[in-house]
Design a protein around this ligand. Structure first.
Ligand code: BG6
Ligand code: MG
Length: 216
């Protein structure tokens, strides 16, 4: 194995919670209640597709024009951006900084494959831009997760064969994308949710090189 490619939201920082809060508030405006269980299905899913799923949940998918949907997505994003404006390096999930340093020292290439158009900004706020050799975000990708494109682009930018890459993800769609890219899939979350992951850690503190390499 030569490279690790990380998802951002829910792996490096708990911004998944802020995405949830912003969608939940928009759902309340639209009379569509969103709970945590439904939110699981939005993890790793692009902004536009997330909105579509929410509208379908409320049987309101035909109630809005394309322009109105864009306004709704922009409203959610403004709320999300205001929530993450306050995040700092203190919001990096436990064990992640140590793991990134461990990988750097061991000579692994380190990439990011995020479905978020805010990935660069969030990573900058966390003070982690220097920790990644390359960041691929949603702005440069045609097909969203579970399509493997974002992971394949990251591998290409790192000049590493996908089969020599380990992907780290908290979302079902993300694990599918890693597997479809032909990479080894590390899940962060619940084993019964991330069924297709090769290995799963419930706590980012357990993400160590030894714990990963001994399970491949
Ligand atoms: C993913 C999140 O990383 O990015 C999703 O898991 C989110 O919840 C998606 O919808 C798109 O993010 P953004 O910041 O472009 O709206
Ligand atoms: Mg995620």
């Amino acid at each position: 194995m030569k490279a690790f490619i990380f998802d951002l939201d829910g792996v490096i920082t708990d911004s998944a919670e802020y995405h949830y809060l912003a969608w939940k508030a928009l759902g309340e405006d639209l009379g569509i209640p969103i709970d945590r269980e439904f939110n699981e299905t939005l993890k790793g899913v692009s902004r536009t597709e997330s909105l579509e799923r929410i509208l379908r949940l409320g049987h309101r998918e035909n109630d809005f024009s394309l322009e109105e949907k864009e306004k709704l997505a922009t409203k959610k994003n403004s709320h999300y951006v205001s929530l993450i404006a306050k995040i700092t390096s203190a919001d990096i999930l436990p064990g992640i900084e140590t793991f990134l340093s461990e990988l750097r020292e061991a000579g692994y290439k380190i990439g990011m494959a995020s479905a978020s158009k805010n990935a660069q900004m969030v990573t900058r706020q966390l003070g982690l831009l220097h920790a990644f050799d390359h960041i691929v975000d949603a702005a440069t990708v045609m097909d969203s997760k579970p399509h493997p494109e974002v992971f394949l682009k990251a591998a290409e930018a790192l000049a590493v064969d996908p089969k020599d890459c380990i992907g780290v993800e908290d979302a079902v769609a993300g694990i599918e994308a890693i597997r479809a890219a032909g990479m080894f899939a590390v899940g962060i979350g619940e084993r019964n949710v991330l069924i297709e992951a090769d290995i799963v850690f419930t706590d980012t503190r357990d993400l160590t090189l030894e714990n990963v390499l001994t399970r491949i």
